[in-house]
Ligand binder design. Structure first.
Ligand code: GSH
Length: 203
């Protein structure tokens, strides 16, 4: 298998945490792929119409995309430990936590892009609405963390990737100051092999 990769991408990080947790890391070749807002990567677009990473090329040559789909696929390559829970109730909870984490990143990226525009083109209400979503997603992640305890699966991994993204890219949010139990939870996972080895480089 081969993964189209970027060291700064929290979605790639989630897929790599899954590969490491499942002992599949050595079977996944890493191929850096150039992506960025306003850039077109024609080679990537031929494999993934969304032009995003992570994209996984399976040993059969199929291209699969979206970090959730990749994690689900890796669960089919090696059954245990399951990363996307099989039991319906836990599965729904884990996937909802994953959705809140992914939603946090999407809203945060939109807010940062808006903020980065020249002043005359900025739409302050749009930016504020995105930060409001970020706030609600942090709250939802904290609630899921409290309800789900120590389970480590796609929900927890996605949450750690999203919070790591905030730490790296949006320090002004200061979620640690307002969600102490969530910060303790995140820090407790920091030394976990899959989490520490996928930490993004300081940019
Ligand atoms: N829903 C996708 C999101 C992936 C995504 O947004 N990746 C970003 C990098 S963090 C990307 O490739 N952006 C390039 C672009 O949008 O053109 C997933 O979970 O894999």
């Amino acid at each position: 298998m081969k993964i189209l990769h970027g060291k700064l991408s929290p979605f790639v990080r989630k897929a790599m945490i899954c590969a490491i947790e499942k002992g599949l890391e050595n079977r996944v070749e890493i191929e850096p792929a150039a992506v960025g807002q306003g850039k077109i990567n024609e080679d990537l677009l031929k494999l993934n119409p969304t032009g995003k990473i992570p994209t996984l090329i399976t040993d059969d040559g199929d291209a699969i995309y979206d970090s959730l789909v990749i994690c689900d696929y890796l669960d089919s390559v090696v059954a245990e430990p399951r990363f996307v829970p099989a039991e319906q109730r836990e599965r729904t909870r884990a996937l909802t936590m994953n959705a809140a984490a992914d939603g946090l990143i999407v809203a945060g990226v939109l807010a940062m892009l808006e903020k980065g525009k020249p002043a005359e083109r900025q739409w302050p209400e749009f930016e504020a609405a995105q930060w409001a979503k970020v706030e609600h997603c942090i709250g939802a992640i904290d609630k899921a963390r409290a309800e789900r305890g120590d389970k480590f699966d796609i929900g927890a991994a996605a949450a750690l990737c999203a919070l790591g993204w905030l730490d790296a890219r949006a320090q002004h949010i200061d979620w640690r100051g307002r969600y102490a139990a969530l910060a303790t939870w995140a820090d407790a996972h920091d030394s976990r092999d899959s989490v520490s080895r996928t930490r993004p480089p300081k940019s």
